[in-house]
Design a protein. Structure first.
Length: 94
């Protein structure tokens, strides 16, 4: 029985809210307020989409930082260059 009362209360609140929105259109400036609210909702949705994209970028940066840290810990492998023999000095005549 408590669940049916809650559903009834929620349904009544929803009905009152929709009625209030319909009446708001009749008030001077009400349509402008509703338009602004809808624009705000659209902008908020766009921001949420962008923020979701940031998670992927943050993960990518974290992986790159780990790779960089791993590379900086290892000493750089250098190729042994073949040394050229030193030029021979001419023998002194004695």
């Amino acid at each position: 029985m408590a669940k049916t009362q809650q559903k009834d209360i929620i349904a009544r609140v929803q009905d009152l809210g929709s009625e209030a929105l319909h009446r708001l259109q009749d008030v001077p400036g009400g349509t402008r307020l509703l338009d602004m609210a809808n624009d705000t909702k659209t902008r908020l949705d766009d921001v949420q989409k962008r923020l979701r994209g940031l998670d992927a970028l943050e993960q990518r940066v974290a992986r790159l930082e780990q790779r960089l840290a791993a590379q900086s810990k290892k000493p750089a492998a250098r190729k042994a260059s073949a040394r050229k023999p030193a030029p021979k000095k001419p023998a002194k005549p004695s």
